[in-house]
Design a protein around this ligand. Structure first.
Ligand SMILES: *Cc1c(COP(=O)(O)O)cnc(C)c1O
Length: 362
């Protein structure tokens, strides 16, 4: 019997593994493993979601107009340049499949978000990782790895799982150093959380040319990962391409309605960001006081380095935390087996984490 076979390379893809949500024994858990918002979504978004229940027999608006108009208005962007996706993940995949094929190269930085590699492999393209410096994307290293086959460069800014960012000036230098035909994708999934004044999510670079894209999401600061809502701010030619290949109803009516309401509730977003800024700082300082190396993070998580073997290693501490029902993220698949990524939670959750870590490291 001859079985149907996928294209070459598909079976070499290591599937993405999300953050755990259960601890052994089924105890109540504190989940700090998926960079979810501590405060959750705007109440207005939940209300808009529920209101959609009466209209489930209707197809959604295939242009997601209510959502794109809310984004355009609140972010002061041109609506025609906005394309929405079922999470920004979908947009990453569509961009790779549209612009890279067999033998083309997709470039990203060493500890960059894993989906860039996965989608490159799924398109038959060659994933190329450039080394980082101090767990931060290195513009010169990225530029040094550009070849005639390079089609796309992905950079998460700030990056997950490191929390590091590059400045607006460095991003502009990256764009300037890339050949014009290379599409630069700035994945600004954590933009709302950034407090560094040298940051720019990339809007200006999108406006300045035909070859830069900015991706954003409602999964992080807006607290709606269950609904799968991402958006891209893109040049007109890229919008045309994405609108040809995306599925015609890629966002559900519930996602469109809840996303629009969340975008219009900037007061709620400000609360979420203020909570994050406060606790990101406290977690960073407390972990440093325990002797761990923690770099400044611009996201809603911190990456702690455990430069120890034995019971104080990242793996042992992770096992200890799990036994207490506290779930953080191991990041060995990002090439960081000595680190744990910890999402900023509610006050009580953060305090429980710090107390358990103190015990683990005693
Ligand atoms: C979470 C995340 C995303 C994608 O989130 P979606 O839920 O697909 O919108 C994209 N990039 C980075 C760096 C992320 O951490």
């Amino acid at each position: 019997m001859t079985l149907p076979l996928p294209r070459p390379g598909i079976l070499e893809i290591a599937p993405y593994v999300g953050g755990k949500s259960h601890a052994p024994g089924g105890a109540r858990v504190i989940k700090l493993s998926s960079n979810e918002s501590a405060l959750g979504p705007s109440p207005a978004a939940i209300e808009a979601y529920q209101a959609q229940a009466a209209k489930l027999h209707r197809y959604p608006d295939g242009h997601a107009n209510a959502l794109r108009e809310a984004i355009a208005e609140m972010q002061e962007l041109e609506v025609a340049r906005l394309v929405c996706g079922a999470g920004s993940d979908e947009l990453i995949g569509l961009l790779v499949h549209a612009y890279a094929g067999e033998g083309d190269e997709v470039l990203y930085s060493e500890h960059g978000f894993l989906m860039y590699k996965i989608y490159a492999q799924s398109a038959g393209a060659v994933p190329v990782a450039a080394p980082e410096r101090q767990l931060t994307a290195d513009v010169d290293a990225l530029l040094a790895r550009v070849t005639p086959r390079t089609r796309l460069v992905f950079i998460a800014n700030p990056n997950n799982p490191t929390g590091s960012m590059i400045s607006a000036g460095e991003m502009a230098r990256l764009r300037q150093g890339l050949p014009e035909h290379v599409l630069l994708v700035i994945d600004a999934a954590y933009a709302e959380y950034v407090t560094d004044a040298n940051y720019d999510p990339g809007t200006g670079l999108v406006n300045a040319g035909e070859n830069t894209v900015m991706l954003r999401t409602f999964s992080k600061a807006y607290g709606l990962p269950a609904l799968r809502i991402g958006w891209g701010y893109v040049p007109p030619a890229v919008a045309d391409v994405l609108n040809r290949i995306r599925s015609p109803f890629n966002l559900s009516s519930a996602a469109i309605a809840a996303g629009a309401a969340a975008m219009r509730d900037q007061d709620h977003l400000r609360k979420a960001v203020a909570h994050n800024t406060l606790w990101r700082g406290r977690l960073t300082e407390s972990l440093r006081a325990m002797g761990l190396r923690v770099r400044d993070s611009e996201g809603n998580f911190v990456l702690a380095e455990f430069p120890f073997a034995g019971p104080h290693s990242a793996a042992s501490v992770n096992a200890f935390l799990l036994s207490r029902g506290i779930i953080v993220r191991e990041v060995g698949n990002y090439g960081l087996p000595h680190c744990l990524r910890i999402t900023v939670g509610l006050k009580e959750e953060n305090e429980a984490l710090l107390a358990a870590l103190k015990t683990a490291l005693a």
